[in-house]
Design a binder for this molecule. Structure first.
Ligand SMILES: O=P(O)(O)OC[C@H]1O[C@H](O[C@H]2O[C@H](CO)[C@@H](O)[C@H](O)[C@H]2O)[C@H](O)[C@@H](O)[C@@H]1O
Length: 358
């Protein structure tokens, strides 16, 4: 999918002293953020300022790498777990009751949620049945994919033009603006938001260094996700997992503005900015005009640690809820759970059936 950068783009509103005087803004009742539409020149000024604020406000966090994938974490106590985080399928009626006639805004993670976890990241295809389920649900609920993958790559997997996409863990968002008067259904103006834009060059450099550093490790895969880089060790001999971590740490010493977080047998190298999937979801709600908690109920379905940031936003603001995809009990901010992509598909199909009948 190519980038269509519009003449005006939505940006996060800054503190009043940094706000361009010509801008108009809209407050999100469900969050601390608001969306503003301003000119391209102003946008550049504002984003520069925004990045300054985000960089200053974020300390580089040390990371703990347990080398432990949740899927290898099998523990007993399923009943206790289901009491704490009930199945979204078994609780479907309760979930519907929670909507209270509101429109559902749906946020979907990709890997492990819409596609099963596989050894080769390039082959994490979603099934045609899952694609149909997502397409159908998007007819009733505005739907966005929020992924750690690059936006282009996740679009190539999902292939649905009717969705919104946030790639690179929310650092690369494309929306079509719902509330601009000039927009007709077929001529929507695409808008990009890339809060880590100034890191593009650094990411490209660290990607090269990581490829070089891990070249000799059999099974290590470095994946460039545009604003972040994944170093996969799923296919590396277990005895070398620690070595992979050490090599990544070694490379990162030369890149003080980057940090590492962990996912499912993956080390994710990303900019030290105060931005995550939670912030991306808040941004999307506003940019899409879904910022009225009285009329919109956001639901986020995801399986990864990075999805917890979005679950947390909804829990703290009491304006929607997360559904964790996991086969095992886990510490989570989600309200409900599903065991894997096939249950996710069942849940989406249930939403469609319910909408068709109502
Ligand atoms: O936010 P997501 O859409 O869940 O992306 C997170 C990472 O997903 C991918 O890696 C994971 O899935 C692979 C394919 O099943 C698997 O091989 C790997 O072990 C998992 O970590 C993706 O390749 C990463 O770039 C994403 O950061």
């Amino acid at each position: 999918m190519s980038d269509h950068v519009a003449k005006t783009q939505p940006v996060l509103t800054l503190p009043p002293n940094m706000m361009p005087s010509s801008a108009t803004s809209k407050k999100h009742p469900c969050s601390s953020l608001s969306v503003t539409y301003i000119s391209r020149r102003k946008l550049a000024e504002v984003v520069d300022g925004l990045l300054g604020v985000m960089t200053l406000s974020t300390r580089k966090q040390p990371y703990v790498h347990s080398g432990c994938d949740i899927s290898s974490d099998k523990v007993s106590g399923n009943n206790t777990w289901l009491k704490k985080c009930p199945s979204a399928l078994a609780s479907f009626d309760q979930i519907i009751a929670r909507t209270q006639g509101k429109k559902i805004a749906l946020f979907l993670d990709y890997d492990g949620t819409l596609s099963p976890i596989v050894n080769d990241p390039e082959k994490a295809f979603m099934s045609p049945e899952m694609r149909t389920a997502v397409k159908n649900v998007a007819r009733f609920c505005p739907t966005a994919i929020v992924s750690g993958r690059s936006r282009d790559k996740v679009f190539d997997f999902v292939k649905l033009k009717e969705l919104y996409y946030a790639g690179s863990h929310g650092m690369d968002i494309m929306v079509t603006c719902a509330d601009s008067e000039s927009i007709t259904k077929d001529n929507k103006e695409a808008k990009l938001f890339q809060p880590a834009n100034e890191f593009l060059q650094i990411i490209s450099e660290v990607n090269k260094s990581l490829v070089e550093a891990t070249r000799s490790i059999k099974g290590a895969i470095v994946e460039n996700n545009k604003f972040c880089v994944s170093v996969h060790y799923r296919n590396v001999d277990k005895k070398d997992w620690k070595l992979v971590t050490e090599l990544v740490d070694g490379v990162l010493k030369a890149f003080p503005r980057l940090k590492v977080t962990t996912g499912r047998k993956v080390l994710e190298v990303r900019p030290v900015i105060d931005w995550d999937k939670g912030k991306a979801v808040e941004f999307l709600l506003q940019a899409l005009g879904l910022d009225d908690p009285e009329s919109v109920l956001p639901i986020y379905i995801g399986d990864d640690r990075t999805d917890e940031d979005a679950f947390k936003v909804f829990r703290e603001r009491n304006c929607g809820f997360g559904i964790l995809v996991s086969q095992v009990p886990k510490e989570t901010e989600a309200f409900y759970s599903l065991t894997g992509p096939s249950e996710v598909m069942e849940f989406l199909n249930s939403l469609v059936r319910w909408k068709e009948q109502s």
